[in-house]
Write a protein that binds this ligand. Sequence first.
Ligand code: AMP
Ligand code: MN
Ligand code: MN
Ligand code: MN
Length: 276
Amino acid sequence: MKFDLHSHTNCSDGELTPEELVLRADNKAIDVLAITDHDTISAIEPALAAIEKHKLNLKLVEGVEISTSWHGFEIHIVGLNINSQDSQLCHRLEQQLATRALRAEKIAHKLEKLGFENCFDTVKNMAQGKSISRVHFAKYLLREGHVSHIQQAFDKYLARRAKAYVAPMWISIEEAVDWIHQAGGTAVLAHPTRYDMTNKWVRKLIQAFKQFGGDAIEASLPRQNKNELMQLVNYANQAELKVSQGSDFHRVSPYTELGRTLDLPQGCQPVWQDWH
Ligand code: AMP
Ligand code: MN
Ligand code: MN
Ligand code: MN
């Protein structure tokens, strides 16, 4: 069975529609795909409809990737197997989208002070009322010729400590774990090694996540060496957490692909072990 438990659509900062994403997953021989858009579950319904329409032999895991703040870091908590019909969760995610809109306004204000015009309206149009992201700003800066590639937009303007960075205003990790549990899901710490923090902080984060009631950490990530995988598996075992794997697919590119190089070694507990 091939699992990919972390992916995005154009309902947040991904580029494929929900239908295109499930067709691609099927084409890549994925058996179980989780769609985990940033702070929104609006891709789930169209994705399920597309699976039905094309009679795909693909199991969709209803997911979400929730933004949280922890010691000034922006930490992503993935919820797997949540009930996307849960009205409390839907209401809570609406709040997160409102926080995103407010943050976008603040980022736009900073960029406008730096001389970039009409930034907010343009970015708002790009997001089309969906989950608005720094990626939209990066694309705007690229399109207007202010940067020469997306990474430069993050480095110069959007990343932590960059010129138009806005300090996180997200909920706590603990709240996100509660939201996920109350919607029937499993809480997974996303990409623990991708927060630009030292190893000491990574270990501290994993311990805190366990204390907050978290269930699993992502151990198998894209563009990863074997040492990192084994280290994350060890951290999970030490903290008695399960492990997950996901491509964090956003767009078709030579660097990322659904299901690519995802595998967990022996001696760990995959998060799907007790799924039916
Ligand atoms: P946001 O959810 O608005 O905070 O934006 C975070 C998203 O931006 C991540 O999910 C990535 O897709 C993307 N991202 C974050 N940092 C970078 C970076 N340094 N370069 C390119 N993309 C990034
Ligand atoms: Mn993203
Ligand atoms: Mn993430
Ligand atoms: Mn992601």
